[in-house]
Design a protein around this ligand. Structure first.
Ligand code: ATP
Ligand code: MG
Length: 210
């Protein structure tokens, strides 16, 4: 429930994403990973600002604070600003390399939702990345479970890598839907943690005219 210090762990799972805003689909995924794998912490790592796409994402400081508010006092999670602080384009492969430099012995799992798993082949340097850390692909409503398991098996064979599949409680929530709901003045109660909702309200995020 604090800021990640990569030197102090033996084993972690990293969950990356825009978290614009974070929701219970993210947190239940992180908790399920924590409960299913032998890791010291799940590290939630928001992406940095897109340098050439002005206004395309809520600013990193707010996304970081919304995640922090959602983690609250859960000792299973830490948060990292490593990608937020990196200048220019961020690739997962660079992030993992940077963490490995800080702690070469660290066992790293990288968590991806079904939508991301389908795209893994198109990531930057997939071969190098899949050799550097293990992957955990998780189910997500709207994505066929059997197809995902097949993709995971194919990736494992193709790259000879350590990739796992787990089912997580199916919460059909997405940040895009939440942004739309807020802009239409609809409630997001029971979809995001109370403290995240409070932060959104206090900072007037996602409203149509602000
Ligand atoms: P957006 O609609 O803006 O893309 P999102 O809800 O997909 O937002 P991201 O920040 O893009 O959220 O996702 C971060 C990670 O969490 C990704 O790996 C994504 O697949 C996973 N994820 C997001 N929502 C869920 C969910 N409801 N169940 C399982 N995994 C999820
Ligand atoms: Mg997404």
């Amino acid at each position: 429930m604090g800021k990640a210090d990569f030197k102090k762990y033996k084993s972690i799972a990293i969950m990356g994403g825009a978290f614009d805003p974070p929701h219970f689909g993210h947190f239940v995924t992180a908790q399920t990973v924590y409960d299913s794998f032998d890791v010291d912490k799940v590290i939630i790592m928001p992406l940095g600002d897109a340098p050439h796409k002005a206004n395309s994402r809520t600013k990193a400081e707010d996304r970081y604070n919304m995640v922090l508010a959602g983690i609250d006092d859960n000792a299973a999670f830490d948060i990292s600003d490593m990608e937020i602080n990196r200048k220019g384009k961020t690739y997962t492969v660079d992030t993992i390399a940077e963490i490995k430099k800080i702690n070469p012995e660290l066992k790293i799992y990288f968590v991806i939702g079904a939508d991301e798993a389908k795209m893994l082949d198109t990531w930057h340097e997939p071969e190098r990345l899949l050799k550097m850390c293990s992957f955990i692909a998780v189910s997500r409503p709207g994505f066929d479970r059997n197809e995902l398991i097949k993709i995971v098996d194919e990736v494992r064979k193709k790259y000879c890598c350590d990739i796992h599949y787990i089912d997580v409680p199916a919460l059909d929530i997405s940040s895009s839907d939440l942004r739309e709901k807020i802009s239409e003045g609809k409630s997001i109660k029971y979809l995001v943690p109370d403290k995240t909702e409070k932060y959104i309200n206090e900072h007037n995020l996602y409203r149509r005219c602000n």
